[in-house]
Design a protein around this ligand. Sequence first.
Ligand SMILES: [Zn+2]
Ligand SMILES: [Zn+2]
Length: 241
Amino acid sequence: MLQAIETIGKTFLNLLYPLRCASCGKDLEATDKLHVCGSCLNSIRPNPAPHCAICGRSLHNAKDICADCRKDRPCFERAYSACVYEGALKDMIHAFKFKRRIALSGTLSKIMVDFARDNYEVYEGIGAITFVPLHAGRLREREFNQSEALARGLGLAFGISCADVLSKARKTAPQNELSKDERALNLAGVFKVKDATAIIGKKVLLIDDVMTTGSTLNECAKALAGAGAKAVRCCTLARGT
Ligand SMILES: [Zn+2]
Ligand SMILES: [Zn+2]
């Protein structure tokens, strides 16, 4: 009897709120908290080893450090990325950021928390967590910062305080449309520390959703180190290729 009531309840919910997988669009149960189907979730690939010992880029051979980091050492001590930015994960991040499927926040946070749980060195010795900021205008449009949502999820899971430390002084052109020199110019001086209280003398874990060239994380890390952070480590949900 109870089961029958539950089934009727679920059917009714599905009629009221049809729920579809954020990647393939397959119908889901209205009570499915992940907002993505099992096969899309299983298709998400971890960032494949071996990795550059600084920026975390996947390398084709077992060299320690990639050519970019050798040439121009980043300001952060190490960056980690949980997964590859492609397929279902890319669709989920897009749906979360641009189609306001805010409920995906829990699923994406869980992927990041599970990655950190499996890689103790991501949060070992970390005294504060912070995140890459959006420009105030962009934050008003979007109403939330996807990187902050991920950072707060990690903070809660590991009992580390998450602080809103950085601000972005102006809107910038998308980094992936620019050459390497243009990228550096695009971001020069754009990130400022608005309140250093939470980070002074601490190892800081800086969170972003996607890392591509690492320029954004590097500029944020420079600002954090300049304001007194002892060291900056980075972690992103996904790594672009
Ligand atoms: Zn799916
Ligand atoms: Zn590297």
